[in-house]
Write a protein that binds this ligand. Structure first.
Ligand code: GDL
Length: 458
């Protein structure tokens, strides 16, 4: 394994971890597509983070051993990630022994490679640790180096990866983890340990070669990209079925690997993983949209319907609504634009356009209905809550357009019997969202404030 380029998946999201059958399917897809690495690090496996000191109980050992064996049986490398940073006391010998014991337990199950993750942890140290190490970065490096050397003593081929506390450009620029954190890691972390990095942001729209070159200088090694492009654990309304994009193919030679931390719902990850594999194998101009269309064509057979099967064109339209964090697919973007323009005009000026806009809405609504009939029930279950929301909005919109366009109802206010206050867009979260509005420039405005202050009042 040595310095092999790592490509594949990190199961590193918040929320329910994948189950055994899903991981088995994952390994088969990964090995068929030429990906080589799986990192086990679900934030909500209690023994990964909250109970990191406690070894796995006896009942969990068989399934874990099988998981490692299945992964390796597919020719993939298995990394086990431990996240002790919530309450690790870096200078406490008992805690350091607990770390060794946990890795030894995993090693006894066949695991050879490990990660220590220090992401999303309190940005402060116990006073004793501060006295001994001086900085967070030094403390984390010392503990990681010690474990790494201990593991290498038993297995010279063992590989280690380290996730820093500031793991993206924005966090580093805010000095998360303390001054000179990354430079300290560059100097003090054993040069054979890889360092994770998510790009300029936690969810990076783009990761450029220049960005990783600068970082490589500081870290004294190329980073391993932990890619959250299609992670959706931070927003229960969305998922991302769009292509791997915003990363030029030249990035491949500037990093030590690319691991996707994708959608929490395993069945929704076909396109993200397939397009990552296509990106890795690409040797011409990289066209993410083409890769998306190819991956959707390969995914389409999974959408076999009990009554009727959705067409590839309608599947594309639907998945365009759940594309990437910073963009939707082109067909729905154009439709949304047209819809916005239409609604800004009086109904008397709508003409034929209302019918066109309504027809696409109806097509999308129909596509949502097709999804309820999928024979692949896990796929339907993964889609269902998000698509229900989309259906509700499309239904409301259709009713609104018909009401406004009806000359007999001119001057009356639109109301829907199916979208009653508090049952529709209700609840605490929705009310909090209305209270603090997110502006398109990244700022937030309280309900009582004017939308955007353009400067001092005259
Ligand atoms: C994070 C977390 C990750 C989570 C992701 C998306 C890293 C290193 N850590 O900050 O567990 O899934 O954001 O919400 O990315």
């Amino acid at each position: 394994m040595g310095t092999t380029f790592l490509s594949g998946v990190i199961e590193g999201f918040y929320g329910p971890p994948w189950h055994r059958g899903e991981r088995r399917e994952l390994f088969a897809m990964m090995s068929a597509w030429g990906l080589n690495t799986y990192v086990y690090g679900p934030k909500d496996d209690l023994h990964h983070r909250a109970l990191w000191r406690e070894p796995y109980p006896e009942a969990d050992l068989g399934p874990l051993r099988d998981l490692v064996a299945e992964c390796r049986g597919h020719g993939l490398e298995f990394f086990y990630a431990l996240g002790p940073g919530l309450d690790l006391r870096y200078s406490d010998p008992a805690d350091r022994e607990a770390l060794r014991a946990r890795l030894a337990q995993l090693r006894s199950l066949g695991c050879r490679h490990f990660c220590l993750l220090f992401d999303d942890i309190p940005d402060r140290m116990a006073p004793g640790d501060r006295e001994r190490w001086g900085s967070f970065a030094s403390a984390q490096c010392a503990v990681t180096n010690e474990l790494f050397l201990w593991m290498r003593g038993q297995d010279p081929g063992a590989r280690f990866l380290f996730c820093p506390t500031p793991y993206c450009g924005r966090m580093a620029s805010r000095h998360l983890g303390g001054a000179d954190y990354l430079a300290t890691v560059g100097r003090e972390l054993d040069p054979e340990i890889g360092v994770f990095w998510t790009g300029p942001e936690i969810i990076s729209r783009e990761i450029t070669v220049a960005h990783v070159e600068e970082l490589t200088g500081i870290l004294r090694r190329p980073p391993v990209i932990w890619d959250n492009l299609q992670a959706n654990d931070y927003d229960g309304h969305r998922f991302f079925a769009g292509p791997f994009s915003g990363r030029p193919p030249e990035l491949r030679s500037g990093v030590g690997g690319v691991l996707l931390n994708p959608n929490t719902e395993f069945p929704l990850n076909f396109v993200p993983l397939r397009t990552l594999a296509l990106w890795l194998a690409n040797d011409g101009a990289w066209r993410p949209r083409d890769a998306y269309l190819q991956a959707l064509t390969e995914w389409h057979p999974k959408f076999d319907g009990a009554l009727q099967t959705i067409s590839l064109a309608d599947l594309t339209l639907l998945m365009d609504c759940y594309y990437l964090p910073y963009e939707e697919g082109p067909e729905v973007v154009q439709w949304r634009q047209q819809l916005g323009d239409l609604l800004s005009r009086p109904p008397s000026a709508w003409g034929q356009e209302a019918a066109q806009v309504g027809a696409l809405a109806a097509r999308l609504q129909e596509a949502c209905v097709r999804m309820t009939e999928l024979r692949n029930r896990p796929l339907f279950h993964a889609l269902s809550r998000r698509l229900w929301e989309l259906r509700e909005e499309l239904d409301l919109l259709g009713r609104y357009l018909r009401h406004q366009a009806d000359p007999g109802l001119a001057g009356t206010r639109f109301q829907s019997d199916f979208h009653q206050p508090l049952t529709y867009r209700g609840g605490m979260v929705a009310s909090l969202q209305r209270l603090l509005r997110a502006e398109s420039d990244g700022t937030f405005t309280a309900e009582s404030e004017p939308a955007c202050r353009k400067g001092p009042n005259p």
